[in-house]
Design a binder for this molecule. Structure first.
Ligand code: NAD
Ligand code: MG
Length: 388
């Protein structure tokens, strides 16, 4: 009998979390669920925990502990609540942990999972942007394996098997260009949250969908790539590829360019991290290139999408600049989704916060979280001024 692998999913009710559950639940003999976590979706969390016979279900919002207990009544699933309980669940040490909380809220739980020296599949890019050096160093010290779930980084990982940076000329991240790829800037001023979250190729959570529309997502991904593949900040490039079939590329010194392709379905990169170093079957539609017909590529337009330029500058400057950029963006995107600011205000707010707050690089996770909190406070003030 082969041992079942123990699994924890942080952010189990989100887009990545439910895609992960979809794969895991297809093979109940292979996987045993330790913990599932969510922030507010009690019904979704309880249903998943019951179906998978999870040991523990944790809801982030402490006021929801009673409804969670009620929803789990009669099952063997233990219930807990609060941010600390999520980090404790991550620290239980599953063989494989999916880090799929959105935002820097995922930083502490992801660090707790890494501390066990097992495998962490990382979707939560914001935590890597905010504290990448601390996180990769913690993974190294604990002997943990950090596997990239983000489709671009998973593609690079697959095209970069030996991790010999001296042979790599460029790492080229592809970007779909988002729903406003061809839209003039004056029209962008009027787009609604509903339009912004309607991604042409991928179905994702609201925050990353808005990031894809501003191209901030690609900026965050450049910083993410820099931590995962340390080839040097000047050796990354972005190319817009509207079909989202080529998920990213690695160019070698001899002129060879390796690409990873597939239909835009996050279950493929998730399955890659779940089975790694082996492969597993997925229900994803096979790539039919004849049906796709053509693959287009174009340079990103930094004039219409200034968020990408801001992120590039933050990457080049290093230190705490990426953390400030990320925190300000989280606040501004939430304000846009709330209908409090316009689409173009998002990047204006990020720019203002970067001008006003320039802390020294964090030496610990506590310092990284303090910088994140301060940058959010500055961003909230900038958001209020923008709405006044
Ligand atoms: P989502 O909004 O659909 O889900 C987020 C999950 O995190 C939910 O389970 C939610 O309950 C939980 N959560 C939210 N706020 C929390 C908090 N403060 N504390 C604890 N838990 C909290 O988001 P998603 O699209 O699944 O994205 C998750 C992460 O994966 C993000 O960092 C995103 O950038 C990254 N990612 C997503 C995709 C995608 O296709 N959706 C692709 C690449 C990377
Ligand atoms: Mg991506």
């Amino acid at each position: 009998m082969t041992m079942r692998r123990t699994i924890t999913i942080l952010g189990a009710t989100g887009s990545i979390g439910t895609s992960t559950l979809d794969l895991v639940e297809r093979d109940p003999e292979a996987f045993e669920i330790v913990a599932l976590t969510a922030q507010r979706d009690v019904a979704g969390l309880a249903a998943a925990a019951r179906r998978t016979r999870a040991r523990l279900a944790v809801i982030g919002d402490e006021t929801l502990i009673a409804p969670l207990r009620e929803a789990l009544a009669g099952s063997d699933v233990e219930a807990a609540a609060g941010a600390d309980a999520i980090a404790e669940a991550a620290a239980l040490g599953a063989d494989w942990t999916m880090a799929a909380i959105v935002g820097t809220a995922g930083l502490r739980p992801t660090m707790a999972a890494l501390g066990h020296g097992r495998t962490v599949a990382l979707a939560n890019k914001e935590s890597l942007v905010s504290a990448g050096a601390l996180m990769t160093e913690a993974a190294r010290q604990a002997g943990a394996t950090l596997l990239p779930v983000d489709s671009e980084h998973n593609a690079v990982f697959q095209c970069f098997p030996h991790h010999d940076v001296s042979q790599v000329k460029r790492v080229i991240l592809t970007a779909s260009g988002g729903p406003f790829r061809t839209m003039p800037r004056d029209e962008m001023a009027r787009v609604t949250p509903a339009q912004a979250v309607k991604h042409p190729n991928w179905s994702m959570g609201a925050k990353i969908s808005v990031d894809s529309a501003t191209l901030m997502n690609k900026g965050l991904e450049l910083i993410e790539a820099h931590h995962l593949f340390p080839v040097g900040a000047d050796r990354f490039a972005v190319i817009v590829h509207p079909q989202s079939v080529v998920h990213s590329m690695v160019e070698y010194v001899d002129g060879s360019v390796l690409a990873q392709m597939g239909t835009p379905d996050m279950r493929t990169p998730i399955a890659h991290t779940l089975a790694w170093p082996k492969r597993m079957g997925t229900p994803c539609a096979p790539l039919d290139l004849a049906e796709v017909g053509r693959l287009d590529f174009e340079e990103p337009d930094l004039g219409r999408f200034p968020a990408l330029g801001l992120a590039m500058a933050a990457l080049a400057a290093g230190g705490a600049r990426p953390a400030v950029l990320n925190a300000a963006n989280e606040v501004a995107v939430a304000a846009f989704l709330d209908g409090r600011i316009g689409f173009l205000d998002i990047v204006l707010i990020v720019e203002k916060v970067l001008e006003r707050y320039d802390p020294a690089p964090p030496a610990s996770i506590d310092e990284a979280l303090a910088i994140d909190a301060e940058a959010r406070a500055v961003a909230r003030t900038a958001t209020e001024l923008q709405t006044a």
